[in-house]
Design a protein around this ligand. Structure first.
Ligand code: CAA
Length: 381
């Protein structure tokens, strides 16, 4: 089998199969239209929730599936094979759940996780600002204590699905400069002062809206602070470690779709009297695409395995993110090349997949930042 499931348990294959069936039946028919029109359907997330696919890694007691990242990456890959945007949507709704399960208190877990895990609610991660992207700890949004509340003011940028979200995890400055001055807060839809700014016009992933978020005197109860004052960047960075594994899994799905489409085309398309697959220039290109997909997949599986074992996985998550997303960029670009003139048109999905792959090299820490994380690990005392 070209796309085998070696190293996957029965439970992992079951989750993968469930997600694939849903994505092919429910997302495939609408994806091209909805990408063109920028239409996000909450029903898709609800239905994924009904199948248990929006809370895979959180405990059953909190409404999740009680499984691990090894199951989660399989589901995300299958959703991404049909729509990178819905895979990112599921991954970002997962972030508040993962944060709260690990760092939230009991009341926060009970109040917010079940709604997100069931797909009833949508989550958002509110970190970046115009002046703080890669240098996340330089953020300027403020949170000033006022009795039993904090008052948040600032402008956030590039926030995934903020316009749809019910629960936001937002980072804001409660102290001095640098990482130690930042705290993390839970914000809820409907809190006065959470305003949507511009919606970005993007190259791709249009189903998933990317928003500017204005926080104008948002009064957040003290009980909505996660962990202690000053722990905000640790909360954010730990979440990003997990998020990077899901972005890597999204890249696997996008790449696999591109390989499937390009190899189908290379079998059917004849030039000079034979299928173009039989020309080494095309056949070897496809062989390399397949090789690169499989080697990236092993690294993604390893990062997920380490996380599930409770072992350190930051470096491996960064490696998975770099290797899988760079691979997806190359593979989708080559797929467009193999389809030639057709590849550049919207008759085939490969040009969309190429645009989706590009986003993955940027989000949840650019691939340059991942290399920074990896190179720091090489530093000798
Ligand atoms: N887990 C937990 N804590 C961590 C951590 C991790 N992986 N990495 C660092 N920390 C802690 C450090 O220990 C440190 O705390 P102490 O001082 O107590 O030791 C604190 O956090 C600050 O760490 P650094 O000094 O290493 O931080 P830095 O300012 O040098 O930044 C960086 C490091 C790797 C460059 C980091 O800023 C980074 O990852 N930048 C990229 C940001 C990013 O990924 N943004 C994506 C936004 S979300 C998105 O894309 C879309 C979406 O919708 C989800």
């Amino acid at each position: 089998m070209i796309f085998d499931t070696t190293f996957e348990t029965e439970a992992q294959i079951e989750i993968r199969t469930l997600a694939r069936k849903f994505a092919q039946e429910r997302i495939r028919p609408i994806v091209e239209h909805d990408e063109e029109t920028g239409t996000f359907r909450r029903d898709i997330i609800r239905e994924l929730g009904n199948l248990g696919l929006t809370g895979i890694p959180v405990s059953e007691a909190l409404g999740g599936a009680g499984l691990g990242y090894q199951e989660y990456i399989g589901a995300i890959e299958e959703i991404a094979a049909e729509s990178g945007a819905y895979a990112v949507s599921v991954a970002v709704t997962g972030l508040p759940q993962v944060i709260l399960e690990k760092q939230g208190n009991e009341a926060q877990k009970q109040k917010y996780i079940p709604k997100l895990a069931s797909g009833e609610g949508i989550g958002s991660f509110v970190l970046s600002e115009a002046g703080s992207g890669s240098d996340a700890a330089s953020l300027r949004t403020t949170a000033v204590r006022d009795g039993n509340h904090y008052v948040l003011n600032g402008t956030k940028l590039w926030i995934t699905q903020a316009d749809e979200a019910d629960v936001f995890i937002a980072m804001a400055r409660t102290g001095g400069p640098g990482a130690k001055g930042v705290s993390a807060f839970i914000l809820e839809k409907g809190m006065s002062g959470i305003l949507m700014g511009k919606r970005e016009k993007k190259m791709g992933m249009n189903i998933s809206h990317t928003m500017e978020v204005l926080l104008e005197n948002v009064r957040v109860p003290v009980e909505n602070r996660i962990a202690e004052e000053g722990d905000g960047m640790k909360v954010a960075f730990a979440a990003l470690d997990s998020g990077r594994i899901t972005i890597a899994a999204t890249a696997l799905g996008i790449a696999r779709s591109a390989i499937e489409c390009a190899s189908r085309h290379a079998n059917l398309r004849e030039q000079f009297g034979k299928p173009i697959l039989e020309f080494q220039g095309v056949g070897f290109m496809l062989a390399d695409m397949l090789n690169e997909y499989h080697s990236a997949k092993l690294v993604v599986q390893k990062a997920a395995f380490l996380k599930d074992q409770g072992l350190p996985f930051s470096i491996q998550a960064a490696q998975a993110k770099v290797l899988a997303t760079d691979m997806a960029m190359k593979v989708t670009t080559d797929a467009v090349q193999i389809l030639g003139g057709s590849g550049y048109t919207r008759e085939f999905p490969v040009e969309r997949l190429m645009r989706e792959a590009k986003m993955l090299q940027i989000v949840e820490g650019t691939n340059q930042i991942q290399r920074l994380v990896i190179s720091r690990a090489l530093k000798q005392d």
